[in-house]
Design a protein around this ligand. Structure first.
Ligand SMILES: NC(=O)c1ccc[n+]([C@@H]2O[C@H](COP(=O)([O-])OP(=O)(O)OC[C@H]3O[C@@H](n4cnc5c(N)ncnc54)[C@H](OP(=O)(O)O)[C@@H]3O)[C@@H](O)[C@H]2O)c1
Length: 438
């Protein structure tokens, strides 16, 4: 370490919400511990947020205040800028760009920013010789970014998949445990602070897709490409789907999964059935989990708190500690540039078994017409469940079919034929069945 490395590391914090305040609390409680572990003090010299008057429960009397967060990037008394504002563009992006261009290290928790602009920002950081660290952007307190870009990098990665959104996992877990419907449980999640007032990014799968795009970039070295993620949310999942899946030996989870298929990058986020008894099926409530397959590790499974003040601030401070020790690694784990844009895998190429939920009118010939269509398209049925008979003949009843392995392309053709049947009373719901952990 040089003399410079023993000087206090000076932080600017932009954003004093859940995560920003969490960072201040860690420094307040564990500042000495961190100084002992890094060999230098870590101190906050300047901050910025929208409202200067808000009581945030932390003492800010000794630090400078900037109304404009971008001004933090130009201060001489700042070595590292912590971007904890959020949003893929606007103030967060301007601040990070300015800071990197001014040769300040940057730590951010902002998944939207990295998912949309990660490749370009990483190029600036590498060109300027500074850090752009974003551990907190994926799966909160779980150290998955570091694992992929450092500890496991001797492996050729296979599939990387996981539960990347605690709100959805909480909702699905509650639906299973209480038998209540989606809308009802969502209201509870909002009251408990697990879901935002506008929950669309979470329940629509966008938040998980941001994280998955980052994981895919880290694992496979292509440019992070959020727009290529196929995204489906959990809004359509009913208590009935959860019950029927349970009786067939599965749980429904919102899964993000990425892999290379014949050199093309597959990135999917959506509800899937996972077999009971697999590690991922047992991840419940607001927890996150990520599994990494690699040719020399087989599989590593990480589970932990995916959000919240403490876990997220802990991940931010882990990144700061690296910088305090003088460790600057390439943001995406690539020295000498990445592999450029990926070829995008055909979404209909997905091969596997599927869960098909139909509402069929309880009348003679309806079921036979469905099974004929499957057989015409060479899709065999592994199991079938009809949970109830209609009270009035001809009324629709739920029917669930589990297929044997087939392609999404073939299944889609069969499903559109079934949709046109007279006996079919609602849009069929199709969910892939995961083969994780087998
Ligand atoms: N919360 C989590 O559990 C979690 C987990 C992982 C990652 N993250 C990420 O961490 C980041 C921060 O999240 P958060 O939950 O802490 O958000 P938050 O509680 O909403 O806080 C955002 C902060 O940014 C400030 N801000 C907003 N616009 C600003 C602007 N134009 N100029 C200056 N300050 C501005 C706000 O100021 P005021 O307080 O004055 O309004 C607030 O202090 C986001 O990127 C988020 O995705 C959060």
């Amino acid at each position: 370490m040089t003399e410079q490395d023993h000087k206090p590391l000076r932080l600017a914090i932009a954003g004093l919400g859940t995560v920003g305040v969490g960072v201040l609390k860690i420094l307040q409680k564990n500042g000495e511990l961190i100084a002992a572990r890094t060999g230098r003090a870590v101190e906050v010299t300047a901050v910025s947020a929208r409202s200067r008057d808000k009581d945030r429960g932390v003492d800010l009397s000794a630090v400078a205040w900037e109304d404009d967060p971008v001004a933090l990037a130009a201060r001489d008394d700042v070595d590292v800028v912590l971007e904890l504002i959020g949003g893929s563009d606007g103030a967060a992006k301007s601040l990070v760009e300015q800071a990197l261009n001014n040769k300040k290290h940057v730590v951010t928790a902002n998944k939207a920013l990295i998912a949309h602009h990660g490749a370009g920002l990483a190029d600036i950081a590498v060109a300027k010789g500074v850090a752009l660290n974003f551990e907190a952007a994926v799966a909160g307190g779980i150290p998955i970014v570091k694992a992929l870009k450092e500890s496991l990098q001797a492996n050729d990665y296979g599939r990387v998949y996981g539960i990347l959104n605690g709100t959805c996992n909480y909702i699905l877990t509650e639906m299973e445990e209480t038998g209540r419907d989606f809308a009802d449980v969502l209201k509870d999640a909002q009251a408990l602070g697990y879901a935002e007032a506008d929950p669309s990014f979470d329940v629509g799968g966008i938040d998980a897709a941001h994280k998955l795009a980052i994981l895919a970039g880290l694992a496979f070295g292509y440019d992070i490409d959020f727009d290529a993620v196929q995204v489906d949310g959990v809004e359509q999942i009913t208590a009935n789907d959860i019950n029927l899946s349970k009786s067939l030996g599965y749980r429904i989870k919102l899964i993000g999964s990425t892999s290379l298929i014949d050199g093309a990058l597959a990135q999917e986020v959506g509800p899937m059935l996972v077999p009971h008894g697999t590690p991922i099926s047992d991840v419940s409530g607001v927890f996150n989990a990520v599994a990494v397959e690699g040719d020399f590790i087989n599989q590593c499974f990480f589970e932990g708190p995916g959000a919240g003040e403490g876990p997220t601030a802990s991940a931010v401070m882990g990144d700061v500690i690296d910088i305090a020790r003088g460790l600057v690694t390439p943001p995406l784990g690539l020295v000498g540039g990445g592999r450029g844009p990926a070829k995008v895998a055909d979404k209909d190429a997905h091969i596997g078994a599927f869960y098909v939920h139909l509402m069929l009118r309880d009348e003679p010939g309806g079921m036979a017409a469905v099974t004929n269509i499957f057989s015409d398209h060479d899709i065999s049925i592994a199991s079938m469940l009809q949970s109830e008979r209609a009270e009035i003949a001809g009324d629709p009843v739920p029917v669930v079919l589990i297929t044997h392995e087939t392609t999404a392309a073939r299944l889609n053709v069969a499903i559109s034929a079934i949709s046109g049947l007279k006996a079919n009373a609602a849009l069929p719901r199709v969910l892939p069945i995961a083969t994780f952990g087998e």
